[in-house]
Write a protein that binds this ligand. Structure first.
Ligand code: FAD
Length: 293
């Protein structure tokens, strides 16, 4: 939605750009916006709506993907981490794991989020991934029935109402990272306050709900804010998919499909994805042979 006239004037240009890429966005005036999302701030000048957009609960979605993969033969091992990639003559031949075992492989696919960088560094590859902690807030259940995900031009906001009635508030507000290796984060008072303030500004009913809890997750960002995906030149048997910069959940189904095809050698990286190749960064350190560090 647009809170200011200036943002509203930018909306048609923004829509045109998205539509050119195939996203079926529509411009909706303030009345239509309020029909879609009753409770929008009175200052709402209008909005942009995408009828095929949606939301999904992260844990349930990941569990469903894992179960579906299992049904077609994937074996998922939990509680075991990859500690090193093993290369011989510039080809990855095995992955060493935290249980002390070495799994031989034809292809290793590194998709370890922000922890991909240390794994790749063991092969001498410097992938520029910066870790940021992104905050989420959840209120106690409240009344109302907001169906779409709401955001606002010029505001850090992703607002959803869950089936319980609780408001789930994100938008990229930063948290602190006291220990990246151990996946530890700490919420920041200023981010909590600012995120709540923006949510109330856009959707005043959020202000009536009590904050239940907050948390953060560590995410990998690249210097150009788009992911790194595809094979690594000079290293056979290695595919990287990391640095999703806050958008990896929505992209996961198509990313998985592309990666499976790449790993099976069925297709090259589709043209649409070529801009994501790792070569755009200077990662070309010498590939160590023998054991990855
Ligand atoms: C608070 C928050 C809100 C977000 N909201 C959205 C959203 O609304 N929409 C959206 O599209 N995206 C969203 N994102 C971004 C999205 O969650 C990420 O882009 C996505 O999870 C990245 O997927 P990934 O598989 O690359 O990394 P991750 O999800 O970080 O997964 C990496 C996995 O690798 C495992 N791992 C790490 N090291 C090793 C190792 N050595 N061996 C084996 N396994 C290892 C980790 O345990 C982890 O399970 C959000 C992110 C955060 C933090």
């Amino acid at each position: 939605m647009a809170l200011e006239d200036a943002a509203w004037r930018q909306a048609p240009g923004w829509i045109a750009e998205q539509r050119a890429h195939g996203a079926p966005l529509e411009l909706v005036d303030a009345t239509a916006a309020r029909t879609l999302a009753p409770g929008l701030a009175p200052t709402c000048a209008g909005g942009v709506y995408c009828a095929i957009d949606g939301q999904a609960e992260a844990m349930a979605t990941v569990s469903a993907f894992a179960a579906a993969a299992g049904r077609i033969g994937a074996r998922i091992e939990e509680g075991v981490g990859a500690t090193a990639l093993v290369a011989e003559r510039s080809r990855v031949v095995a992955v060493e794991c935290s249980d002390g075992r070495r799994r031989a492989c034809d292809v290793a696919l590194v998709a370890a989020g922000t922890w991909s960088a240390p794994l790749l560094a063991g092969l001498g590859l410097r992938v520029p991934l910066a870790t940021r902690a992104l905050q989420m807030l959840l209120t106690e259940p409240a009344s109302g029935a907001l169906a779409p995900v709401v955001s606002a031009f010029g505001r850090k906001l992703s607002l959803k109402q869950l089936a319980s009635g609780a408001w789930l508030i994100g938008g990229g507000w930063p948290a602190d990272i006291p220990d990246e290796a151990q996946n530890r984060w700490a919420l920041r008072d200023d981010s909590v306050k600012a995120s709540l303030a923006v949510a109330r500004e856009v959707y005043p009913a959020v202000g009536e709900a009590t904050l239940a809890r907050g948390w953060a997750g560590l995410e990998a960002f690249t210097p150009d804010d788009v992911p790194v995906m595809g094979p690594v030149p000079g290293v056979d048997g290695l595919i990287v998919a990391a640095g999703f910069c806050g958008h990896g959940f929505a992209l996961a189904p198509t990313v998985g499909d592309v990666l499976a095809r790449l790993a099976l050698g069925r297709d090259p990286l589709p043209d649409l994805w070529r801009g994501l190749r790792i070569e755009r960064f200077d990662v070309a350190a010498a590939i160590r042979t023998g054991r990855g560090a």
